[in-house]
Write a protein that binds this ligand. Structure first.
Ligand SMILES: [Zn+2]
Length: 375
């Protein structure tokens, strides 16, 4: 059964879930759909052991924090801050005093020199729209229009259990749209793949349900799919688990997949309104204290739990935002070691890739993957 509701509620309170912040962003209807811009279908699921990895072993050393390095005005000081606080969990690097602003070039250097090598990444719909995945929120987008034929009372209903039990067809139409192959990962996804290949990716937290992270070759063990996945499914009655492949034929044939045991409707493991977060989400309790660099790409940071997560890294750890505009805590509670690369998202990732000297490597990788897909 997994953790009880009480445990989730405690976590939710700790993260500010539901009571989310800032207050001005509350009360705009159900939260999930506002970020549910990006959709897709992954390949396979490997759940892995969650419980064994949840001990934030380094956080206890935080009391011995070494924050003094952050006040050194030279670049070495900044580098040392990242490196040493990564080890000791320094908390002395307060906002707005000491230390000069970091640049994207500085971040690249911190990665190249392995001063930062436990990178946590958070991504949202903004990395998937360049792959052609329609923004679910935008009236007039292909997906939204496609769903009109199903008489949804309002778009959010597609992720509501009550409506699903009344009429699961729209949701399965979405599942069909998002099966692997319809959409391809883009440069942003392959940048994350390269981070992983180089042993630098601690974890990738995604709000997207399009599965493009998996399609780019990032293993499920490195992923926390915060809004769930189409790679697995569960019987709504007897709770039997199924892999995505097991109901693929039904979905492709526009049939509602049924459980062979009890004939209940099988629902892909996408998180609906009011449902618990995936158990893997608990990994954040270990990942964020351990991270020595946080990169956030293409998300508005308006919706919990992502809004709070962006503040869960240690204060001495640099945060990089690659996004259309300044959002969330980067706007209303900036830190001295924040780096914001604003504007076109792919362009921003490209700049970081170039600063890292990975341009040729990523081109080769994308070429290899594309030719494989074509086979
Ligand atoms: Zn069943």
């Amino acid at each position: 059964m997994g953790p009880g509701r009480a445990a989730w509620n405690t976590l939710g309170t700790a993260l500010g879930l539901a009571r989310g912040k800032p207050a001005a962003l509350r009360g705009r209807g159900p939260p999930w759909l506002r970020v549910w811009g990006s959709l897709g279908a992954p390949r396979s699921l490997s759940s892995g052991s969650v419980r064994g990895q949840l001990v934030p072993e380094r956080s206890a050393r935080g009391a011995a924090g070494n924050g003094s390095g952050s006040r050194q005005p030279n670049f070495l000081g900044k580098k040392r801050d990242c490196l040493f606080s990564g080890i000791f969990g320094g908390s002395g690097a307060g906002d707005g005093h000491g230390g000069e602003k970091l640049s994207l070039q500085d971040i690249a250097e911190l990665i190249q020199t392995k001063a930062c090598q436990r990178v946590v990444v958070m991504v949202g719909a903004g990395i998937s729209t360049p792959s052609g995945i329609p923004d679910f929120r935008s009236p007039g987008s292909g997906l939204y229009s496609n769903l009109e034929q199903y008489d949804l009372p309002y778009p959010e209903a597609i992720f509501e259990l009550d409506f699903f039990f009344h009429n699961p067809k729209p949701f399965f139409a979405l599942a069909k749209e998002l099966y692997p192959g319809n959409y391809r990962p883009n440069l942003a996804h392959y940048f994350l793949r390269l981070l992983h290949d180089k042993g630098l990716l601690l974890r990738l937290y995604t709000q997207n349900i399009d599965g493009l992270e998996r399609a780019a070759g990032i293993p499920a063990t490195k992923l926390v799919e915060a809004h769930g996945t189409f790679a697995s499914a569960t019987c709504t009655i007897c709770r039997q688990s199924f892999s995505g492949e097991e109901f693929r034929v039904d979905v492709m044939a526009d049939r509602i997949p049924r459980c062979p045991i009890c004939m209940g409707v099988i629902k892909p493991d996408i998180i609906f309104f009011g449902e618990q977060l995936p158990q893997r989400f608990f990994l954040h309790m270990a990942d964020f204290p351990m991270a020595d660099l946080l990169i956030i790409i293409g998300t508005s940071l308006e919706v919990e739990p992502f809004a709070s997560l962006s503040e869960a890294s240690r204060r001495s750890v640099p945060r990089v935002l690659i996004n259309r505009e300044l959002v969330g805590p980067f706007a209303w509670r900036p830190r001295h070691n924040d780096v914001a690369q604003l504007g076109d998202i792919i362009g921003g990732v490209e700049r970081l890739v170039k600063a890292l000297g990975w341009t040729k490597e990523i081109q080769d990788l994308m070429q290899r993957e594309t030719s494989q897909d074509a086979l």
